[in-house]
Every structure is written in C-alpha cells, then in structure tokens.
Design a binder for this molecule. Structure first.
Ligand SMILES: C[S@@+](CC[C@H](N)C(=O)[O-])C[C@H]1O[C@@H](n2cnc3c(N)ncnc32)[C@H](O)[C@@H]1O
Length: 453
C-alpha cells in the first residue's frame, strides 16, 4: 500500500499514529555507503515462478549468488549496477527487481524508523527530489498491522534524515517519484523451527523497475481472458527450458533453425509473443517506443549511469537472433482474437515470424516442419476454463477434442496445456509427463506437459 500524497504534512505527526522520531544531530547520522559493484538484488515474481526466474538470472552476464528466497519471496542475486539494468531489460518471468538496502529484525515501529533513518538515501536521491513509499505485508504481533502506517513511518524517517543533513527534505510524488521505496514485513521461520510464528523482519528496498515488468508495451489489443505476460513467459520458460541461449544452428541456406510453436487457441497471442521473444532472444524491456527502452525506476536515481545503461542496451541488442522463417503459428475460433493476436505480434516485431489463422482446434493440422533435434516442435495451449468462457458440457467437449487433436495429429511434438480446472484437464485423456503449479493471481493453475509419441 502506498500512502497518499498529502500537502502540508511536513513536521506534524499524523493523527492516530504514534511518533517515534528521535532527536538527531547531523553528526549522529550513519554514513553506510552502498557498494554499487556488489548490490544485493531480489527479483519478485508470481508464486510458483521462482525456479524459472532463477534459471533466467543464471543466464545473465556477471551475476552471482542466485538463490531462491522462500522467506521473503522471489529470487536473490548479487551484482553491479549494470546487472541491475540488464535484469530489468531481460527478465521475462519476474514482476520487478529490488535493490535491498536492509533486511533486519523488526520488533515494532521504532525499529522500522531507526533502520530507515540509518540508510544512505542521499546516495540515490537529492533533497530536491521526490519519493514514494509502498509497504507490503503486516506483523500484527509487533503492532504493525496497517500498511499505510508502515509506509508513513519509513517516509518520515527518510525525510527526517534529509532534514537533519541538508535542512530540507524531498517531496512525495506517488505517480512519478524519482525514488520508489518498497518495504516488506515478513516472518522468518528458521530451518527445522516448528513455531507457526517466525521471527518478525523487515526488508527495505529500492524499486528499480517502477512500472511492473509485465507491462512490456506490446499488448495493444486484448481478449476476454488474456494470460498475464509474466505467467505466459513462465509457461514458455518451462516449455523451452532446454533451448540454449546464443546463436542457433542454421540450415544449408544459413537460415536459423528455430523451434516451431503452435498455439491452438491463441486468444490475443500472449504465449506466441513470449515464445517468439525467448526464441529470438529479444529483451522484453527493449520493446517500447520503436525499440527504445521503456522507463525504469533506476533512471531517476542519482546513481544512474547513462553510458553504462547504453552499453547494456547495445549488448542486449547484439544477442538478438536475426532472420528465420515463420515459426509461430496461432489459431482461434474468434475473429477478434485473431485480429488482436496479429496486432500484438506486430507491435512486438514478430509479424515476419508468425502466421495467425481462424480455426477450430478440432481440425487444426500441424504446420509442415522438418524435425531436427536442434529445433523442437511444441504445442502451447491455454484453453478456456472459466464459466464466462463456456458452459460445463461445452468445455468437457472442448478438452476431449483437444486430447484427440494432440493424439492424432501432433505425433512427435511436445504439448503444454495450462488450466486452472483439474476436472477439465482429465478430459484430455492423456497422461502428463510432468505437472507444474503456476498461479494465475489467486487461481492455482496447472501446466501439464505431454510427450506425444
Ligand atoms: C483463455 S483464452 C486464451 C487467452 C490467450 N492465452 C491470451 O493470452 O490472450 C481461450 C481462447 O480459446 C479460444 N477458443 C475456444 N474454443 C476454441 C476452439 N474450439 N478452437 C480454437 N480456439 C478456441 C477462445 O476464442 C479464446 O480466445
């Protein structure tokens, strides 16, 4: 929760909120420098996607200490500012990237204030700049059950530090601050600890992404139930987990041999776009504004190094696979979906590699491909499963038909079906070789993997 921007709130403690503001002289202010060459970073992601985010991180240059973070969530890693830039440009399955400044015990509001006050905010923000603080999670046992209060205490501590040091403080700007601060409260259970209540802790971080990373900029048209881009990317990351990065093999004419991807009910084309970006090794963060990078939070920081960022952008551009034949094939019954998918693929620069056709999955024939070990053939499918998208009998028939199509026509392919309805999934009538739990917001979905021999 982000506290609202209130004019004239300087100085006076908020009604109903206790003040823990210490009297601080300039000399007492801690000067802990942040090592910009070895930042402690954390990629946040939807539940169930952390293994895929870790796999993505391990492919980035100069990354260290990649480790899942079951207590506070997401995936930790370590590296320099250039890695922070690259992670924001490249990560497909993560929702944002944080720079952790403190991960400390939290016994109440005083700890929150004291830790926030002791951090070197002036390295990232000038007293004339603007900030916004958002707080996530609560610790009712230590009196912290109001996220707005938590955000407010941290904002007060930061502003008090600036005032003590420079005689003025930054303003609040909820919409477009120079610095977004992310506060998370959580309980840590140590390994083997039985207690339901873990030790209360806080993490105070800088949000380097600003807008969440799923906002790639290619979704210019939509359908009724589109997959979130990060969920689609996680689905694709599982389906293409064995596809190496780097230049692909080429055929006799020198044309890259790329995997063939078919989406039998493509909707607005999210899975095809995410598969295309992964296969062509295009950074999702470079899609906006005619190939220029979108805005990221780190661009407003005092530490922002434009030249280093430009080098990272050029490096990311060099890895893109050029050329290649059509390798993305989409079908849908709905004309509007077909048009949305074409527009979205076009905005993502994937029109030359895609063919989207009106078609019923009951009668789709696989595209003609030459099977090679380097270029796998995969079917992706996110059939309707909600009541809004068809009655129960209709959906049972559709899932049976999907099973028939896969069995009869896609021999030799691998198929991946995502659904949140397990009863419907059984109607496919094929035994999955693997199941992955992937959350779609509050819905627990399954990605089922089939080898079609
Ligand atoms: C859950 S939506 C897919 C959303 C898509 N993954 C996206 O991100 O936009 C399911 C799609 O299946 C399509 N559909 C339903 N029955 C179909 C059928 N028999 N053949 C092909 N497509 C079908 C619907 O028109 C709808 O667009």
């Amino acid at each position: 929760m982000t506290f609202p921007n209130s004019q004239g709130e300087r100085g006076a403690p908020r009604q109903g909120f206790p003040s823990h503001r210490p009297t601080t002289r300039r000399a007492e202010i801690a000067r802990v420098a942040v090592n910009l060459n070895s930042l402690r970073l954390r990629a946040l992601c939807p539940r169930g996607a952390d293994a895929q985010v870790a796999a993505e991180l391990k492919r980035l240059p100069d990354v260290a200490e990649v480790a899942l973070s079951p207590a506070s969530g997401g995936v930790h890693f370590r590296g320099a500012l250039s890695l922070l830039y690259r992670a924001n440009l490249d990560l497909r399955c993560a929702s944002r990237v944080l720079v952790e400044l403190a991960d400390a015990p939290c016994r109440g509001a005083e700890d929150l204030y004291a830790v926030a006050f002791g951090l070197p905010w002036e390295e990232f923000l000038s007293p004339q700049g603007t900030l916004a603080v958002s707080a996530h999670g609560t610790l009712p046992d230590v009196g912290l059950s109001n996220s707005m209060f938590v955000a407010l205490r941290v904002k007060d501590a930061i502003c008090d530090r600036f005032r003590a040091r420079y005689g003025r403080r930054p303003d609040v700007s909820v919409q477009s601050p120079d610095l977004r601060i992310h506060v998370q409260l959580y309980s840590e259970n140590r390994p083997g600890e039985r207690s339901l209540r873990g030790a209360p802790r806080m993490v105070i971080s800088l949000d380097s992404s600003d807008a969440p990373l799923h906002e790639r900029g290619y979704r210019v048209a939509s359908v009724e139930a589109p997959l979130k881009e990060t969920l689609a990317a996680t689905f694709v990351e599982i389906a293409l987990r064995d596809l190496p990065m780097g230049p692909p093999p080429v055929d006799r004419e020198g044309i890259p041999l790329l995997p063939t991807v078919v989406d039998l009910c493509c909707g607005s084309g999210t899975l095809l776009v995410e598969a295309g970006l992964r296969i062509l090794q295009k950074s999702p963060g470079l899609l906006r504004s005619g190939g220029k990078a979108r805005h990221f939070g780190f661009m407003g920081w005092r530490t922002f190094d434009q030249a280093a960022f430009q080098r990272v952008v050029e490096d990311a551009g060099r890895q893109v696979v050029r050329g290649g034949r059509v390798f993305l094939h989409g079908y849908d019954l709905d004309r509007q979906a077909i048009s949305a998918a074409r527009r979205n693929l076009g905005t993502a620069g994937l029109s030359p590699f895609s063919q989207i056709q009106l078609g019923d999955l009951r009668s789709v024939e696989p595209p003609v491909t030459v099977p090679t070990s380097e270029a796998p053939r995969i079917v992706l499918c996110n059939p309707p499963y909600g009541e809004r998208m068809g009655g129960p009998d209709e959906l049972v028939g559709l899932y049976r038909a999907l099973g028939d199509t896969l069995k009869r026509r896609f021999t030799g392919w691998s198929a991946y079906v995502y659904t949140a309805n397990l009863d419907l999934a059984k109607q496919i009538g094929l035994r999955p070789s693997a199941r992955h739990i992937l959350w779609n917001g509050p819905l627990e979905g399954r990605l089922l993997e089939f080898r079609l021999y």
